[in-house]
Ligand binder design. Structure first.
Ligand SMILES: Nc1ncnc2c1ncn2[C@@H]1O[C@H](COP(=O)(O)OP(=O)(O)OP(=O)(O)O)[C@@H](O)[C@H]1O
Ligand SMILES: [Mg+2]
Length: 305
């Protein structure tokens, strides 16, 4: 007997849900192609990424590797060309305009690198935080509490130009948190700041993550920031290429382990310096051992001992 339409739909939903399961953020084979004046730029070329609820993840990668494109997709500002992008169970490709607006107002918060872009200069810090609450039809009672949590309660009644860059970015985080989002995205939030101020801003993001339980994804060039998160995801040419996981070792020291990302059809990217060191190109020879896979340059035979 042929399956009914609803059985087929249920099966499609199951299969679609398989990758990443019910993780908080799931990108599966995400593609974003920009077309400008007849030229196509493939900014994301089949990116896979799974992030669990409550994680604090740093995204690193060379300029042009697709970091901002990914964040714009996750923030609901941009729609990918193909693939799957799901946040908190919501499908970012098929979402209608009304759901997208609701998503951007109350599911996700966003912080730009340019401090000036995050805040309205003629409002006070407190009014900036209250604004998104009012737009979502809520009362602004929590604004001062949020500013205090992020260490900028003393700026509540100052206008934006009366604050330092670091204070402004911390107020921007409070604005992003105004409607209790599940996810906060920050695109190089410390890019315009010196290292000491950067640290305060990053501390504020960490506080939001630890104390409010918000999932935080932060793009950064700052090696100090990427050392302070549990997981760093490297992006290369529009794909996730490596992950660094940090955990506490037996003596309390922090151990960082680097992994290559394996996609579901078995592709992985070798680090470029590894390939260069062994002059690997075009093809490599693989050998399955009992507990690992050996990878050799194609031309040379491995030594026998
Ligand atoms: N609106 C656009 N129109 C056309 N091409 C774009 C657009 N936005 C980004 N691109 C291209 O897509 C690729 C990825 O850009 P993206 O901004 O995501 O990189 P990035 O990793 O954020 O870089 P950076 O570290 O410099 O901010 C680049 O080749 C870029 O030129
Ligand atoms: Mg960018």
């Amino acid at each position: 007997m042929n399956p009914t339409l609803s059985e087929l739909e249920a099966r499609a939903t199951r299969e679609k849900a398989a990758f990443g399961g019910d993780a908080h953020i799931v990108c599966d084979n995400l593609v974003r192609i920009y077309k400008t004046e007849g030229v196509e730029v493939v900014a994301l070329q089949g990116l896979d990424l799974v992030i669990d609820k409550g994680e604090l993840v740093a995204i690193v990668g060379a300029s042009g590797s697709g970091k901002s494109t990914l964040l714009n997709v996750l923030s609901g500002l941009d729609v990918p060309t193909a693939g799957v992008a799901r946040v908190a169970g919501m499908d970012l490709l098929s979402m209608n305009a009304r759901d997208r607006l609701r998503y951007r107002r109350s599911v996700v918060g966003f912080i730009w690198q340019q401090t000036a872009r995050n805040l309205l200069p003629y409002l006070s810090a407190r009014e900036n935080v209250e604004l998104p609450m009012k737009l979502a039809g809520r009362r602004g009672g929590r604004a001062l509490e949020l500013l205090e949590l992020l260490g900028v309660g003393y700026c509540a009644d100052r206008k934006i130009p009366e604050m330092s860059g670091g204070e402004q970015q911390r107020v921007a985080i409070a604005v992003a948190l105004a409607n209790s989002p599940q996810l906060v995205l920050a695109d190089e939030p410390t890019g315009e700041l010196d290292s000491e101020t950067s640290e305060q801003v990053f501390d504020a993001l960490r506080k939001a993550n630890r104390e409010l339980g918000v999932t935080v994804v932060v793009v950064t060039h700052d090696p100090l920031v990427s050392e302070q998160v549990d997981r760093t995801v490297g992006i290369r040419d529009g794909r996730t290429s490596s992950e660094t996981l940090r955990r506490e070792g037996a003596e309390g020291q922090i151990v960082a382990e680097e992994y290559a990302v394996l996609d579901r059809v078995g592709r992985l990217q070798l680090p470029r310096d590894f390939m260069n060191a062994l002059e690997m190109e075009r093809r490599v020879r693989l050998e399955l051992e009992s507990d690992h896979i050996g990878v050799w340059p194609a031309r040379e035979e491995p030594s026998d001992d």
